[in-house]
Write a protein that binds this ligand. Structure first.
Ligand code: GDP
Ligand code: MG
Length: 597
């Protein structure tokens, strides 16, 4: 294909601003899918994505568009994830295309993820076409939002396209803008093959499907290819494009995007950002910018029913085959038995995986407190990466502890600014910037990731009634006065409740935790001390008093069926309990105890 007749682009937007709906419209208008096959949000494949209305993996589709100039163009659209957890996937998909449509909901305006995503597009040197969506809504203010795009983002929005992805108004203008305003790709057909590995996923029929963007050279079915980073070599079985159905084609040349299959066994064998070349006469240097995505949030996943451990193992291994950014290793906990320590890109990623395990594999799970990776520098100058507070080395040998910090950007209406500042301050944030765009404030904070992973989003949503938007990026590690806090129930440490905490906040957190636990743990026949401690020093203590009489006593012995019912109810309740020493702790306590409110 003539390079001048190709346009590769992505759509960037804040969540819910209409990216998927616009993609559907573009596909529909160009007749890429027969009307009867059209279902809303074609590109959102997984059920969970659909239910939550989010797009997780990057997807791609090839559209043929007969333009007003009389030529037919090939438009390759990449649908990128809109969520902060997947920022790395966004940044690498951006490098595979030359332009972006910046979709902004004209009734909402610019939000935190609009900024984060558009900056990624700017970093990737994209030409950007602003698109104002939802102009059918009475609350739409396209003029105000156009100005806001210019003020806040600093790009020209005078020729922003006004559309309604819902009604279809303006869609033909978007297609013309793609052709006339976005640049054609460049590349050399005669150079050695260089194709970028944009994404991959596991398909139970086809095995691993790899999404590629050809930079130079030509790839054909049957070619022997080599992954330049991993060294893997494979013959290409199938080559094709998504229309969005898979359609085989004989070759892909410079500027083109498509997929290949090559008897690759696991998604893990394909590194996103890797360079694919020919085994013989291949390219000598790989494309720049490769970096594997690393899990940043860790937690333990344990089956509520210990008999489900093997089921959990199978399920986790299956999910891991399809998700190279999700890590797992076996873990045993005195309180919870056998389970897995799992690593995720962020909290949403954690939730998605946990949901899938519970729903698709029908396993009830206990999730322990999410933790970040601490860098523990020892006196002997070695460094330990701590993923689990339970593995904390002896403090006597520790020189210092560093924790990951983030730069958080929050956009919020004026009225809630005070609450947001307080929340960030409470979470050990350092304010970096505060600016206004109309009646919305934009605050930038340097925050410890540790203080954000647990319930920051929830708190932010509740203090702002859902009006704030939030985005973050990692900025690096910094030393702080961090300690491990343990919880002892009946004088025994419960490692699933251990957390890393700043020394100045330890007492408040400790007190809150023991108070919560006192409410969450049912009374036993004996008195139970509940303590929070740092090293050997107790910093908070509560005592759960003993149960006075048998609970069945109040049934007076007379009503046998009532007594049985009560006993049955207790038994059912037991299933959700974990025996710990002589004490039973309910499953729900492991998460509830950690909530800060
Ligand atoms: P995404 O998160 O950016 O992919 O957003 P979606 O495409 O999933 O859209 C979010 C919500 O906005 C959905 O309920 C859509 O039906 C709705 N929506 C999208 N475009 C429009 C539009 O032009 N007008 C109106 N009124 N609603 C829209
Ligand atoms: Mg979407």
């Amino acid at each position: 294909t003539d390079l001048n007749r190709i346009r590769n682009f992505s759509i960037v937007a804040h969540i819910d601003h209409g990216k998927s709906t616009l993609a559907d419209r573009l596909i529909q208008l160009t007749g890429t899918v027969a009307e009867r096959d059209m279902q809303a949000q074609l590109l959102d494949q997984m059920d969970i994505e659909r239910e939550r209305g989010i797009t997780i993996k990057a997807n791609t589709v090839r559209i043929e568009y007969p333009a007003k100039d009389g030529n037919t163009y090939i438009l390759n659209l990449i649908d990128t994830p809109g969520h902060v957890d997947f920022a790395y996937e966004v940044s690498r998909s951006m490098k595979a295309v030359e332009g972006s449509l910046l979709v902004v909901d004209a009734s909402q305006g610019v939000e935190a993820q609009t900024l984060a995503n558009v900056y990624q597009a700017i970093d990737a040197d994209h030409e950007i076409v602003p698109v104002l969506n939802k102009v059918d809504l009475p609350a739409a203010e396209p003029d105000r939002v156009r100005e806001q795009i210019e003020d806040v983002i600093g790009i020209d929005a005078s020729e922003a396209v006004e559309i309604s992805a819902k009604t279809g108004v303006g869609i033909p203008d978007v297609l013309e803008a793609i052709v006339t305003r976005l640049p054609a790709p460049t590349g050399d057909r005669d150079a050695p093959l260089k194709a970028m590995l944009v994404d991959s996923y596991y398909d139970s029929y086809l095995g691993v499907v790899v999404l590629i963007r050809v930079i130079d050279g030509v790839i054909k079915k049957g070619d022997k290819i080599k992954m330049m980073r991993t060294g893997g070599q494979y013959p290409v079985d199938r080559l094709g494009v998504f229309t969005p159905k898979m359609k085989d084609i004989p070759e892909l040349g410079p500027g083109e995007m498509g997929f290949l299959t090559a008897s690759i066994k696991q998604v893990r064998d394909t590194r996103v950002g890797d360079t694919i070349t020919h085994e013989k006469h291949g390219a000598t240097d790989a494309l720049p910018g490769f970096k594997p995505s690393q899990p940043v949030v860790f937690c333990g996943l344990f089956p509520v029913d210990t008999n489900q451990f093997e089921d959990l193992r199978d399920a986790i291994e299956k999910l891991a085959l399809n998700d190279a950014s999700f890590s797992h290793e076996m873990e045993t906990s005195a309180a919870l038995g056998f389970g897995f320590r799992c690593g995720f890109l962020g909290l949403l990623h954690l939730e998605v995986i946990r949901d899938r395990l519970e729903r698709e594999y029908d396993i009830d799970l206990i999730t322990t407190a999410p933790s970040v990776i601490y860098h523990v520098h020892m006196r002997d100058e070695t460094m330990v990466e701590l993923h689990n507070p339970a593995d904390m080395p002896d403090p006597a040998h520790i020189d210092r502890i560093e924790e990951p910090r983030i730069k958080a950007t929050i956009l919020v209406p004026d009225d809630y600014l005070g609450d947001v500042l307080k929340l960030c301050q409470d979470r050990r944030g350092i304010q970096q910037d505060l600016t206004y765009a109309g009646t919305r404030a934009m605050v930038v904070y340097d925050l410890p990731l540790n203080e954000v992973v647990f319930d920051f989003y929830d708190r932010l949503k509740s203090v702002t009634k859902g009006y704030a938007s939030f985005d973050y990026q990692m900025i690096g590690y910094r030393e702080d006065a961090l300690v491990k806090m343990q919880v002892l129930v009946n004088d025994e440490p419960v490692d699933a409740l251990s957390i890393m905490v700043h020394r100045d906040r330890a007492e408040t957190r400790g007190r809150a935790m023991v108070e919560k636990l006192k409410e969450l743990i049912p009374r036993h026949m004996f008195k139970i001390p509940i303590q929070a401690a740092i090293g050997g020093r107790v910093i908070a203590r509560e005592t759960l008093s003993a149960m006075r009489k048998d609970v069945t006593a109040k049934c007076y012995g007379g009503d046998a069926s009532r007594k049985r019912k009560l006993l049955d109810k207790q038994k059912a309740g037991k299933k959700k309990m974990r025996q710990f020493g002589k004490v039973e702790i309910p499953q729900s306590a492991f998460i509830s105890a950690l909530k800060m409110d």
